[in-house]
Design a protein around this ligand. Structure first.
Ligand SMILES: Cc1cc2nc3c(=O)[nH]c(=O)nc-3n(C[C@H](O)[C@H](O)[C@H](O)COP(=O)(O)OP(=O)(O)OC[C@H]3O[C@@H](n4cnc5c(N)ncnc54)[C@H](O)[C@@H]3O)c2cc1C
Length: 401
């Protein structure tokens, strides 16, 4: 989960809540303190029944099962989805999705497959087996093409497996200056992906779920998109698809179990990435897909492949393979706690996010500085332990019963 998304959702809901407050004021008759009989105690504020049953997270450092780091493949102009001639072959690029790869994958794969189909090819190669490669390959199969994936690594050993697993379709996707040029294409990708995810709900193993989450703050949550020190101002697009996510709701103090005075409930799509990636692999293979584990160190090696049309879904790997300096690594780290199936809600504070995935509770530090243009994938366990301690403090402050 990304910090600026936290702030955006926070801001959107505050507007809704303020309007509601004004409306309710106009309906209430004005009463003076003396009009209230002194013998009647003020009603106890009850926790809303729909938030009363939030199971506690066992936030302990000794329950961390792993600390994972990967680099978001950020491009200031947004993902590269375009065709390029490479000798006698056609290369359709589909890489550079920043912090939005899973969220936009079906939409950007749809655009890439359309370009591949335009070559008239009946069989294509897909280079890469992460979120983007797998979804592009499956979409090409659905379009009637024979597909072979070539990749140096397969799930679970690809960067995509280290993502948080939330619908974050405009997270670190492009910079603000390039946003207007990307907006129409972004909307198409977001809508296609969102619709595809609805079709994957209720599938055995729950690869995709809707969850509720709670944003907690000590001060009112505003509309601002606070800049992350050392990072550019990013493009924001979610206002283009306001109907795709339920509107967040501010919960009045006392109606929720949290100690923080400002609590905003949101709903979002969550990807149980382990199950989901297995499902994608199984679907691809069941439809006759072939996979060849292979690393390319120069584009000319692609010329030797039998397919004339190739989709390039190498993610951050495109930087080295195609010498593409437009890709900037944005480091991100998550820790996984032992799964707790009874924890079905997400949490965000200013510093930490928790995502209740079936393969573990994902804990992410949100406000790390020094991540932009940082390709260091060495885990910093101390940072994750600090995040788990912050989560423990939230749990300790929760009202029970
Ligand atoms: C901490 C963190 C949290 C994130 N959370 C979210 C989230 O909640 N939601 C979301 O939508 N996105 C999220 N992201 C972003 C998301 O993870 C990426 O956008 C996405 O994984 C990119 O997928 P990809 O398939 O392009 O790249 P990859 O997963 O890196 O796949 C690239 C594939 O290409 C292969 N390859 C690379 N180079 C070569 C080569 N030279 N030869 C052969 N094969 C090669 C690799 O082996 C691999 O198979 C997050 C990222 C981070 C860092």
């Amino acid at each position: 989960m990304q910090r600026r998304q936290f702030l955006r959702q926070a801001g959107a809901t505050l507007a809704v809540a303020s309007t509601a407050a004004v409306a309710s004021c106009t309906r209430q008759p004005v009463t003076s303190a003396s009009a209230v009989p002194a013998t009647v105690p003020p009603p106890a504020v009850r926790i809303r029944p729909d938030v009363a049953e939030l199971a506690p997270v066992r936030a302990q450092a000794d329950r961390i099962t792993g600390v994972y780091v990967c680099t978001r493949p950020f491009r200031a102009a947004g993902p590269r989805i375009e065709t390029e001639k490479l000798g006698h072959k056609t290369l359709v690029h589909n890489y550079g999705h920043g912090g939005s790869g899973w969220s936009l994958s079906w939409g950007s794969g749809t655009l890439a497959v359309r370009m591949a189909q335009a070559t008239g090819a009946r069989a294509i190669g897909v280079i890469g087996c992460g979120a983007i490669g797998l979804t592009s390959a499956i979409l090409a199969q659905r379009a009637g093409l024979a597909v072979r994936i070539y990749a140096k690594a397969l799930p679970p050993d690809v960067y995509s497996m280290r993502a948080s697993g939330l619908w974050t379709p405009d997270s670190r996707l492009c910079d603000a200056a390039h946003a207007p040029a990307l907006a129409v294409r972004w909307e198409e990708m977001a809508r296609i992906s969102h619709a595809t995810y609805q079709s994957l709900l209720g599938v055995p193993g729950r690869p995709i779920e809707w969850i509720d989450g709670y944003a907690l703050a000590d001060a009112p949550m505003g509309h601002g998109h606070a800049a992350i020190p050392g990072e550019p101002e990013y493009g924001q697009f979610q206002d283009r698809v306001p109907e795709l996510l339920p509107h967040p709701v501010d919960l009045p103090p006392g109606s929720h179990p949290f100690a923080q005075p400002y609590v905003r409930r949101y709903a979002t799509l969550m990807f149980n990435i382990s199950t989901y990636a297995r499902m994608l692999m199984a679907d691809f293979l069941a439809a006759g897909g072939k996979i060849e584990v292979r690393e390319f160190s120069h584009p000319r090696e692609l010329l030797k492949l039998p397919e004339h049309t190739l989709i390039n879904a190498t993610g951050y790997g495109a930087k080295a393979l195609f010498n593409d300096d437009s890709i900037v690594p944005v480091r991100g780290q998550t820790a996984r706690l032992i799964p707790q199936p009874e924890v079905t809600y997400g949490l965000r504070t200013r510093h930490v996010s928790m995502v209740p995935r079936s393969d573990g509770l994902l804990v992410q530090v949100l406000d790390d500085t020094g991540d932009f243009n940082n390709a260091d994938t060495t885990p910093d366990r101390a940072a994750s332990e600090a995040a788990v301690r912050e989560l423990a403090a939230v749990m300790a402050g929760m009202r029970r019963g």
